[in-house]
Design a binder for this molecule. Structure first.
Ligand code: M6R
Length: 608
């Protein structure tokens, strides 16, 4: 959950290092720091808070050319947020500097052992033990030394290590936390993801667990934990550097909300024609699906879980196929009933979420085929899965998932339709929903056109402390996601409920200080939803609704409303997503919060 960027080579300066680091700030923004090695000396600059705090402390350094450097942006786990706990960390002599992403589980034991041997610690972090262990074990070969140290570490790590006795060299290693390396002209780089690398090279190598890389001016070499050399060709990344820029928008979240028409197009193109699914990644599974498949299990976290829930409803409602879904952190520990007749679908934007990854491992261990829907090419979850469907939406930088949520649902519906087709359960309703997904780019353009109205609406709700989101069936899945968007970036206590559940407890919370956001889908149970809104109104709670154009009842019943063009009920969670996202975005701005970097969160959650 931290960001790592470093390089060895010629031609780059401190500003380049900082700029690279800024591309990873979404991974953690509690503090930032850099280590620069120059003429057998390591200089460390680190500062609590955002990268600009660090940057503003060292303006005189920005143009300075550097040949070996490590940078880190932190999401605190062990040790509070402070300058001292910021990375890089050094050993007692100042000859070693390290950066680390992950958690060293046996750090307490190692730290006590090192202290007994006379080492003096300057931080409360688990990571600092690595620097002292390198100091203790170094005898002239940094690669061998780091390999030795790694054998003693338990837990998860992506690390970069430098030593003044071996200038122009970085040793990088990975277990459990992502790390990508690359060689451009006269420069070798390591980073937590490809975004800071793309400016210099589009050919990258994703380290596997237990792999170590030695980066020098002449490129990189890969090794295993026994020190054996590994040969592996890099893979080519199609993303442009510009995809990871704000391109004139105020925030990445805003940009990514408005990118949804194009993101949906990229996610669905070639996978759908006139309402008929044709996903080539699923072809190898045709026989399994037709003859063996009995059950589908979906595993995901956060927004990806909400997308999965929409798929579950889609499959059960239209084709009566048995689908179970579990939040990955629960799935891991619940002894799920899966076997060779189960298809497990893992959903992850980042492809690095540890809980989802462990879910994938458990499913495979139990004989299930694992299909992953993921956005980040080459990330860990796809690499450990049996089949992968990449979302092709380009990088999502804002911590709040937006364009990847709608792309996930679109892809999952097409997967669901493909399964229904092969199981002879395809229907006109499924076809209609898929036809609308083909037209979603246009539909989204219309809904995004309401942005000014949504901005005005958010003014009336930004001052509340609580908010409840309600819906039924597909509207319920949308309510969950709407509530998550609001709470994670505005810190308003927002919860999603099935509207029918209100009377079983949650309605007790409602009064004029507790507004309700109602998702009113145009379906066969709309009247029940209307009754729930009336129950809410009877408790004097203010109600804002999203409904379908032409719905006169909503206009008279609710305090505020946004009406969107007609859509199939299954498409409703997609159709309302831009409204929910823009509402949360504007509320966050009105509360003077940074929607791209909500407190306590990070984009990719690689710890348990
Ligand atoms: O990368 P993943 O899709 O696996 O991430 C899962 C969740 O951490 C993620 O969706 C999170 O809930 C988002 N911040 C929601 O906006």
């Amino acid at each position: 959950m931290c960001g790592i960027f470093g390089f060895v080579g010629e031609g780059l300066n401190v500003q380049d290092l900082i700029n690279g680091l800024k591309k990873l700030e979404y991974r953690g923004y509690d503090s930032a720091g850099i280590a620069i090695e120059n003429e057998k000396n390591i200089s460390i600059y680190k500062k609590e808070g955002r990268i600009y705090n660090l940057e503003s402390e060292i303006p005189q350094l920005m143009e300075k050319k550097i040949s070996t450097a490590l940078g880190h942006t932190r999401w605190a786990t062990h040790g509070g947020v402070s300058d001292q706990n910021s990375h890089p960390h050094t050993d007692c002599t100042g000859k070693v500097a390290i950066i680390h992403n992950g958690i060293i589980e046996n750090f307490q034991y190692l730290r006590e052992k090192l202290i007994k041997n006379g080492h003096i610690f300057k931080s409360e972090t688990d990571s600092e033990v690595i620097a002292h262990m390198v100091e203790e074990n170094y005898s002239g070969n940094l690669l061998e030394c780091v390999i030795k140290v790694l054998h003693e570490l338990n837990g998860a790590y992506a690390i970069g290590v430098i030593h003044t006795d071996e200038p122009n060299c970085i040793i990088a290693a990975r277990k459990g936390s992502p790390l990508v390396i690359s060689a451009g002209s006269n420069i070798s780089m390591l980073a937590s993801d490809v975004t800071p690398i793309l400016r210099y090279s589009k050919d990258v190598n994703f380290l596997n667990d237990g792999e170590i890389a030695k980066l020098t001016n002449n490129g990189y070499e890969l090794y295993d934990l026994q020190g054996n050399k590994i040969e592996r060709k890099p893979i080519h990344i199609n993303w442009d550097e510009a995809c990871a820029e704000r391109s004139g928008y105020n925030h990445f979240m805003e940009k990514e909300i408005f990118e949804q028409p194009i993101a949906i197009k990229s996610a669905t193109i070639g996978r759908l024609k006139d309402g008929i699914p044709c996903i080539k990644e699923l072809e190898p599974l045709k026989d399994f699906i037709e003859t063996k498949l009995e059950k589908i299990y979906i595993v995901a976290c956060g927004t990806a879980y909400h997308a999965g829930l929409a798929m579950k409803y889609f499959m059960q409602y239209y084709s009566n196929i048995d689908v179970s879904i579990e939040v990955a952190s629960e799935f891991r520990y619940m002894n799920p009933k899966i076997d060779g007749k189960t298809l497990t679908i893992a959903i992850s934007q980042s492809g690095e979420t540890l809980d989802t990854l462990e879910g994938v491992r458990i499913a495979r261990k139990n004989g299930s085929h694992v299909l992953t829907v993921c956005n980040v090419v080459g990330s860990t979850i796809p690499r450990e899965s049996d089949s992968v469907i990449y979302m092709n939406t380009g990088p999502e930088i804002g911590v709040a998932a937006t364009k990847t949520y709608t792309a996930q649902i679109a892809i999952l519906y097409i997967v669901g339709a493909q399964i229904a087709l092969w199981k002879n359960l395809y229907s006109e309703d499924i076809k209609n929903a898929l036809c609308q997904i083909e037209n979603l780019p246009e539909y989204f353009n219309t809904v995004l056109g309401y942005s000014q109205k949504i901005k005005e609406l958010s003014k009336s709700y930004c001052g509340y402390r609580n908010m409840m989101y309600i819906g039924r069936r597909f509207g319920y899945t949308a309510a969950l996601e709407g509530a998550l968007k609001l709470k994670e970036i505005s810190y308003i206590n927002a919860t999603g409920y099935q509207a029918g559940e209100l009377k079983h407890g949650p309605i007790a919370l409602l009064d004029q200080e507790f507004p309700v956001f109602a998702m009113v889908c145009d379906d066969d149970i709309k009247e029940k939803m209307i009754s729930n809104i009336m129950e809410v109104k009877a408790r004097k709670a203010r109600v804002v609704a999203v409904g379908i154009e032409g719905d006169e009842k909503i206009k008279t019943l609710t305090d505020d409303y946004i009406l969107i063009p007609k859509c199939e009920q299954a498409v409703f969670p997609l159709a309302v997503a831009p409204v929910m996202q823009l509402f949360a975005y504007n509320v966050a701005l009105l509360r003077e919060l940074d929607p791209d970097k909500p407190r306590n969160l990070a984009k990719s959650v690689t710890v348990e």
